[in-house]
Design a protein around this ligand. Structure first.
Ligand code: NAD
Length: 331
């Protein structure tokens, strides 16, 4: 199998690529994996150091919006797994331009090239945020998108494009929508690594608004396993939800992080809420369980303890990233 992985130097993409090469040798030796990544502020080339020497691995530094480059790189691949995106909601509030360009236009460029080169499978990685906010119950894959933040709108647009290429051109597209990921190598602008690294540095952590916003937490290894299952067994033109099954308010999450780092509530600073902050996201994941055999396996408290331990032991990875992790103010 010859895979093109976009955004493979980011948090989830790099976990996905590393996980491919940790499959039993009979499988991993048959893989050819090309990572295409622009190395934006969120892309860290060193995330792929563990696989850099694998014979089937290669890296291309470039932009998914560059149609000429994407056309050249796409040739010879059977599968695309598309992670590349501008991914931080707060940055999209400060400025939506790069989100529309990379997430919408970049996806269209990739779809066109994949169609031209008759790629056999296109997995588009997306988010629960495309549905908006839900007070009670959970979204199924049949629910309409109703995104609120510029980030979520750009992801919803790219999802609809991917599904349109299936419906219009018969392309073999699968869309996955997941909840909030956490784990090692996550850029320290996102809430868990931001809070953990601040606390490890003895700095306070900013808790938005009343802390009552609810998110489902998904370990990145569970997410990547779900993507492999969707890639291998998902039906063309279908959407699959990949969740962690652990809903928490931001306040509850903060409490767990304080416990895991041995910190007290004095370290928490209440800050004004994010503009347009969605109250709750919740995915119904029965379709992925029934059709793909997916269920989350990592227990949140254990996954969080391992994540904190990883950040404790890898200061040389995150300390140079902290200045770049300062989110532009969205006021
Ligand atoms: P990330 O920000 O850590 O990584 C994004 C990667 O894409 C980086 O390596 C970056 O350099 C690359 N990139 C950005 N623009 C590019 C461009 N124009 N051309 C080529 N490469 C480019 O993101 P992540 O958290 O790993 O998220 C991966 C995917 O999963 C995204 O599509 C995101 O929307 C989706 N997702 C993430 C989460 C989460 O909790 N992190 C939740 C739901 C969905």
């Amino acid at each position: 199998m010859r895979l093109l992985v976009t955004g493979g130097a980011g948090f989830i993409g790099s976990e996905f690529v590393r996980s491919l090469f940790s499959f039993p040798e009979a499988i991993s030796h048959a893989l050819r994996v090309t990572v295409l990544d622009k190395l934006t502020y969120a892309g860290v080339a060193a995330n792929l150091d563990p696989v850099a020497a694998q014979p089937g691995y290669s890296f291309v530094h470039g932009d998914i919006c560059d149609a000429g480059l994407v056309d050249r790189v796409m040739a010879g691949h059977d599968v695309v797994v598309h992670f590349a995106a501008e991914s931080h909601v707060d940055r999209s509030i400060a400025g939506a331009g790069p989100f529309v360009m990379t997430n919408v236009v970049g996806t269209q460029v990739l779809l066109d090239a994949a169609r031209k080169h008759r790629v056999g499978r296109f997995v588009h990685v997306s988010t629960d945020e495309v549905y908006g906010s839900i007070e009670n119950g959970s979204w199924t894959e049949e629910c309409p998108v109703a995104p609120n933040s510029p980030y979520a709108v750009s992801k919803a647009g790219s999802d609809l494009l991917a599904l349109a290429y299936h419906r219009t051109h018969g392309m073999n597209v699968v869309v996955t929508r997941c909840s909030n990921n956490y784990g090692r190598y996550q850029f320290p602008e996102k809430v868990i690594p931001l809070f953990v690294t601040n606390l490890l540095e003895g700095r306070r952590v900013p808790l938005y608004g009343d802390g009552r916003n609810v998110r489902d937490w998904l370990h990145v290894s569970d997410h990547c396993r779900g993507i492999v299952l969707a890639l291998l067994n998902g039906r063309p033109g279908q959407i699959y939800h990949i969740g962690g099954g652990t809903e928490l308010t931001n306040e509850e999450l903060t409490g767990l992080i304080l416990d895991a780092t041995g910190s007290s509530w004095d370290m928490v600073e209440r800050v004004p809420d994010r503009k347009g902050h969605d109250l709750r996201y919740s995915l119904d994941c029965r379709k992925a369980a029934d059709e793909l055999g997916y269920t989350a396996q990592v227990d949140l408290e254990q996954g969080l303890a391992e994540t904190v331990a990883w950040y404790r032991e890898h200061r040389s990875w995150w300390e140079p990233l902290k200045p770049k992790a300062r989110t532009p103010t969205a006021k």
